[in-house]
Design a protein around this ligand. Sequence first.
Ligand code: SF4
Length: 254
Amino acid sequence: MLPQLANPEGQVRQFYQALLSAWGAQHWWPAQSRFEVIVGAYLTQNTAWTNVERAMANLRGARALRLDGIRQIPLAELEALIRPAGYFRQKAARLKRFIAFLDARYGGSLTRMFAQPTAELRAELLGLNGIGPETADSILSYAGNHPMFVVDAYTRRILHRHGILPAAAAYDEIRSLVERAIVGMPAPVPKAAPSPLAHSPSRISRARRSAASQHFNDLHGLIVSVGKLHCHKTSPKCVGCPLAPFLNGCEPAV
Ligand code: SF4
């Protein structure tokens, strides 16, 4: 049985340091433009990233992976292009709705939209159909460089399995714990041996952002790699996981 943790923030900091030492930066989000991040954030809902990549390739091939492309393309064509990402009718309608919001509220300008204060813009995004906290924070963090940590299923699973938070912890409780834990840490030292899942540096991964934003970006990417390589939904592969030493010989919580 895992002991009760007296200092969950300290534990999260140690996770981040251990993962960075083991694998270095993972270069999230793999995209060449802010709009590509936004499209990817919508398309990745309820599907694997490999399916998103196929849909994105279709959009790119049709020259539709840009604001005006999604604005102009007929809905039925958009549905056909993003079909590999699943729920394609729903996702196509939501992408169109995002453009309508951007045009009506910000004159079609992502720069104007992202110039809003973080909390206000987050509330606006959460008010759009099809945008939950994970999608809103992905857009804010990766496309807008707002300092938000993106909580995904892997984050929840890893923190629960290590006895840091209950499995049913609220999204914003998890987010604020992680943000408190790592916000003021010194800049990470680049590592020469990336994990097998690290992306190649992209325009978005190399964009200028605050130190806090960079920490949130890097930790999220590292957690995705832990989830994909080791912390599977069933039967976690703790052997070889950089976070295994933090179990102190105990079994992960179930
Ligand atoms: S695989 Fe095991 S050691 Fe790694 S994060 Fe999951 S529970 Fe922890």
